[in-house]
Design a protein. Structure first.
Lengths: 128, 451
């Protein structure tokens, strides 16, 4: 994958976010990493940055299973951004799930680049 | 025994008058051989033909009626606007008595077999009926023979007509299964129609027991299918929830290996790993709790007083109740129930603690715990005025294992309602929920009564 500048990670468990951040740092994946534990708040932040400064992360890693707004609901909201914005952003679903049905569920979302089975690892990041 | 036409009319007039006066005057006419069914039919027909009145309610009963085809025979009143029932008019009574019993002798096998048997001529007039027919309809052979099916069987006969006509015209036997109301009970009969020399023969076999077994088997299958679905879902959920801590441990281990350039040392990583192993252990413990809640073997039943349970729960939840400043109202009629104490406690605890957790911050919390009963169930309900759940959106998912509908601001594992459902079902009962967002929620548990 091309050099990534900014990444957004969303996982309801702060601890998982922390692990993911460390792994990304270790893989030298991106210099800017934003973390959110609530998909709704992450979305507000995305909107704010886009409206105020036309900024949008290069990559979003979002957990599938979250209370409140889950990964799929987040994708549905993300769809409302302009296409050219989504084109430039790669969205990765993160899940501990190894169910095929969950992986299949990604297909209708064309801006989803991949479904990553947790844990994230340096090797997996490099292979993206 | 023979009676003249004028005798019959006299009977009818007497019956009509006494019937109008008292509605039940059958003793007065008990000497006559005419039976109740024919009486009421006669009264209706005479009344209708003589006075050209609208259909009216008849104070009487017919012993049986076909349910699958009854559109007009509701409220025990015959529809005399139906030309099928009008045909023949008051001739009915006369025709049934105009021939002697001897003319309808049957061979002993047909006469005594348990199946209802009757034969019809090409004009759908009864040629003969057996004893089982008499028992089934409550009508004597001589009341029936010579009359048409439409005159004897109340209601809409389209379903039967088609079969009779098909067999009559083609000579091929027909078969159908129909529902009847016999003495107030639903019965199922298989009706076989055969071509005979003068018309058709009809054999009706009582398959009610078979039908009941079938229905029971279907209920069992539905229940097992649902249980199987739940178990599959349980398996998926379990796999996910076991996988979550494992994923974290794997992630942590990968950090542990190459920790050198990062400003995190190995000690906290080890602590995190230990924490995740505890989570893993918790999941396995949850599984055990749920499996034993679902297991209905070896359950110990005791008489449990509702108020005692509420008291215990209030002690357990003392801090939360204080914090929420909750008002708890109870009303128990009956006072208690014979059930599995631990299940009931857990159900009530989970529902009450949920009511506190998901309270509305716009109004003081009020929880109403109530027990009522009907013929079959003790009905326990926990009602709150809390934040409510959008059931249209979430539906039955609220009972799903590890399902959570609120963000992290409210603590919870997503196991409570699943447990409530499992325990209610293991008691042979069920749980229902009604809710309105921002108004409140009522959970209702149906506990079957025990002898």
């Amino acid at each position: 994958m091309e050099k990534v500048n900014s990444v957004l990670i969303i996982d309801d468990e702060p601890f998982m976010n922390m692990i993911n951040e460390k792994i990304m740092q270790k893989a030298d994946f991106a210099p800017h990493i934003d973390k959110f534990e609530d998909a709704g708040r992450a979305l507000d932040d995305l909107k704010k940055n886009y409206n105020e400064r036309q900024e949008f992360p290069d990559c979003i890693f979002v957990d599938v299973n979250m209370p409140g707004m889950d990964g799929w609901a987040f994708l549905d909201e993300l769809k409302k951004f302009p296409l050219e914005v989504l084109h430039k952003c790669k969205v990765f679903m993160l899940s501990a799930s190894i169910n095929k049905s969950d992986i299949e569920k990604c297909k209708p979302y064309r801006f989803v680049a991949d479904f990553i089975i947790k844990p994230l690892s340096v090797d997996k990041l490099k292979a993206l | 025994m023979k009676k003249s036409v004028s005798d019959i009319h006299l009977v009818l007039v007497v019956t009509l008058l006494t019937g109008l006066l008292a509605f039940t005057s059958f003793e007065a006419t008990a000497d006559f051989t005419l039976k109740l069914g024919i009486f009421t039919l006669g009264i209706g027909l005479v009344f209708h033909n003589r006075f050209k009145k609208q259909p009216f309610f008849m104070p009487g009963e017919l012993r049986f009626m076909p349910m699958d085809h009854t559109l007009v025979y509701k409220n025990m009143g015959l529809d005399f606007n139906n030309p099928q029932n009008n045909e023949g008019g008051n001739k009915i009574i006369v025709a049934g008595l105009s021939k002697s019993d001897e003319e309808y002798e049957y061979d002993p096998v047909t006469e005594n077999m348990p199946n209802v048997f009757f034969s019809l001529d090409a004009n759908m007039r009864y040629l003969g009926v057996n004893r089982a027919y008499e028992r089934f309809t409550g009508l004597k052979a001589k009341q029936v023979i010579g009359k048409t099916v439409a005159e004897i069987v109340p209601g809409n006969l389209i379903g039967f007509w088609n079969d009779y006509k098909t067999t009559l015209e083609t000579g091929n036997p027909t078969k159908n299964i129909s529902k009847f109301l016999v003495d107030g009970a639903t019965c199922w009969y298989m009706i076989n129609v055969f071509k005979s020399a003068n018309g058709i023969s009809v054999i009706m076999t009582d398959i009610t027991d078979q039908k009941k077994l079938e229905e029971e088997a279907k209920e069992d299958i539905d229940r097992l299918t649902q249980r199987n679905k739940d178990l599959t879902q349980f398996g998926y959920v379990l796999s996910h929830n076991l996988r979550s801590p494992i994923a974290k441990i794997l992630g942590l281990v990968s950090l542990y290996e190459k920790d050198v350039d990062l400003k995190i040392n190995n000690v906290p990583i080890m602590q995190y790993i230990a924490g995740e192993v505890t989570n893993l252990d918790n999941v396995v413990r949850d599984v055990n709790t749920i499996m034993s809640a679902r297991d209905s073997r070896d359950l110990c039943y005791d008489y449990v007083v509702f108020a005692d349970q509420v008291k215990l729960i209030c002690q357990m939840l003392e801090d939360q109740i204080k914090e929420a400043n909750a008002e708890i109202v109870t009303s128990f009629k009956p006072q208690g129930v014979k059930t599995v104490k631990s299940h009931l406690y857990s159900i009530m605890y989970n529902l009450m603690s949920n009511a506190i957790k998901y309270r509305s911050h716009e109004r003081p919390l009020r929880i109403k715990v109530q027990a009522k009963q009907d013929a079959k169930y003790i009905i326990l309900s926990v009602k709150d005025n809390g934040s409510g759940i959008d059931l249209k959106r979430f539906g039955d998912k609220i009972f799903g294992l590890y399902k959570r509908f609120h963000g992290n601001e409210i603590d919870g594992k997503g196991i409570g309602l699943n447990l409530v459902k499992a325990q209610a079902e293991s008691l042979g009962g069920r749980v229902e929920v009604r809710s309105k967002v921002n108004v409140g929620t009522v959970f209702t548990i149906y506990i079957p009564k025990m002898d």
